[in-house]
Design a binder for this molecule. Sequence first.
Ligand SMILES: [Zn+2]
Length: 219
Amino acid sequence: MTSLTDNQTAAAVLAAVPCYPVPPTGASPAIDALRAARSGHGLALGNDGLMLILRRPWLALDCAIAPPFPAYLPYGSIGRPKAELLCGRIPRYLLDAILAHLRSALPNEAAAFVIWDEADGQFSVEYPEVDCATPSRLVYRTPAVPPGRHVICDIHSHGTAPAFFSATDDADDAHATKISLVFGRLNDPAGPDRASRLCAGGMFLPMPRSPFSGDGHAD
Ligand SMILES: [Zn+2]
């Protein structure tokens, strides 16, 4: 078969993020390997769209990133989308501890990270080093975690202001694979305001449900 490229750097990029057409039968060892990988991502091109297949030890994401093509393609289907937390849901008591921490920092903004250890399946919370905190601005650093531990959630507050993703948040989240959460109106007796999204593949995807167990909230 003729190779796709004679350029070594280009070949390395294509090997790292492969794109496979789905055979008409639907079955493909190469696409199965992409789905079974512990970490990595690639694309499956079908007669009904283009699927990003992204894996992390804690996340299995199959996300259609193009609408069905009007052109006829003699390929199989890309299959159904999915977004599965392989680490399971985060215990509710950690959310309560994080909210208490965010409230204790009022009127300033504050932040927290949920870390997951793939060896023992345990979650923990880390409060980052904060370089600067005011009621409307927060500068903090993502913790460096050893191999086998993963930053699952990046959480920050907007103090008493509404929860939303600002342009700064968008820039911070652009290259990460993580769940991003913002809590606002932390002084509201009716409960805080929140915004959440899954950051993956350079996209911001809606979270169909809360990553915390026993937490009915979804947005
Ligand atoms: Zn923000």
